[in-house]
Design a protein around this ligand. Structure first.
Ligand code: XIL
Length: 330
């Protein structure tokens, strides 16, 4: 079996989202990480609510452990994430009466958080998701641009995005700074992301790249991915696929299964070969492709009675048939 990171070493880094328990060479997950992956992302432990649940009291141990694992095993770390409406502590948004904070206080707290976190991992985290999921998601008419239910937007307006990038750059001039989002390949959302990043670049805000989360489907459209990559290429930014997973179902209506079968295998071969074929075509702008997990045993997509089987490695962390199809592309 050719390790994934060797397969793609001439093209992009290959990453996985991990838990602290997995980042341990005494486990099969740790061994698999070392063998197959050149980059890791914390699935949860670098999020705002994990690092600073109580204002002014940082909890570093799990994040430090992941970073140390990466260093020991010659891997890069993607930092995820600095500014998000979700998995963030209430004190970042609300006062003791439950009212939204003032613009000034919100920005001061954001600056403090970003500066502290980015400074701590200055030489260790090579790319940060500085802002996660700021654009409004479901709006085919394209009228509402920003996610207006985000407390960040409500407290500060869209320029919280600008400020977050400025704070991150100040704390680490060398880290690559990313805007990260999902559903980015749909026309209505990719245009919003394009316009927002264009605005940042026109205003000399330090942004290096766009992260496409890549929570795609077995029937995701190749044209949508290519059109999006062409559009983002015109912004002169780096692209990373930051959270790739492809569940086996055609839609949420399809009945769930707990055993991987030939139909699932066929669908994933079609989808993953299409996707990696496209990503290889754009390898001049794509610098990292990170899966949102390691193997099918652990994924945020699983539901009771409905396993997602979204990766190239199975529940025992062995390569699935789809792995060998992808291998043929290189
Ligand atoms: C998910 C984690 O995988 C889960 O363990 C957690 O309960 C919720 O968050 N977009 C993101 C990621 O940017 O941070 C999310 O991760 C998945 C969707």
């Amino acid at each position: 079996v050719i390790p994934l990171k060797e397969l793609f070493e001439d093209y992009f880094e290959i990453g996985a989202a991990v838990t602290p328990q997995q980042a341990d060479l005494g486990t099969a997950h740790g061994q698999t990480l070392r063998k197959h992956f050149s980059s890791i992302t914390a699935e949860n432990v670098m999020k705002p609510d994990a690092l600073q649940r109580v204002k002014g009291q940082y909890t570093w141990s799990s994040a430090d452990q992941l970073v140390q694992f990466a260093k020991d095993n010659n891997m890069l770390v993607r930092g995820h994430c600095l500014t998000w409406h979700s998995q963030s502590p209430d004190w970042m948004f609300y006062d003791e009466n439950g009212d939204l904070l003032s613009r000034e206080l919100a920005l001061a707290q954001l600056e403090e958080h970003i500066t502290t976190v980015v400074t701590r991992y200055k030489d260790d985290v090579y790319a940060w998701d500085v802002v996660n999921e700021a654009m409004f998601d479901w709006d085919p008419a394209g009228v509402i641009e920003y996610r207006e239910d985000s407390p960040w937007y409500q407290m500060i307006g869209e320029t919280y995005i600008d400020s977050a990038f400025v704070y991150a750059r100040r704390a680490d001039p060398n880290a690559k700074l990313f805007y990260n989002d999902y559903n980015s390949i749909f026309s209505w959302k990719r245009n919003k992301i394009y316009n927002m990043v264009k605005r940042l670049k026109d205003n000399n805000i330090p942004i290096d790249g766009i992260g496409l989360q890549g929570h795609w489907m077995v029937n995701t459209s190749e044209a949508d991915i290519r059109t999006t990559l062409d559009l983002f290429r015109s912004l002169d930014v780096e692209i990373q696929i930051t959270e790739l997973d492809i569940p086996v179902y055609l839609s949420s209506d399809e009945p769930g299964a707990t055993v991987y079968n030939d139909t699932f295998s066929f669908r994933q071969k079609m989808a993953y070969t299409m996707i990696f074929d496209v990503l290889l075509d754009y390898s001049d702008i794509i610098t990292n492709v990170t899966f949102w997990g390691i193997g099918d045993d652990h994924t945020w997509l699983d539901q009771p009675g409905r396993k997602a089987f979204p990766f190239l490695l199975d529940e025992e962390l062995n390569p699935k048939p789809v792995y060998f199809e992808v291998q043929k592309l290189v």
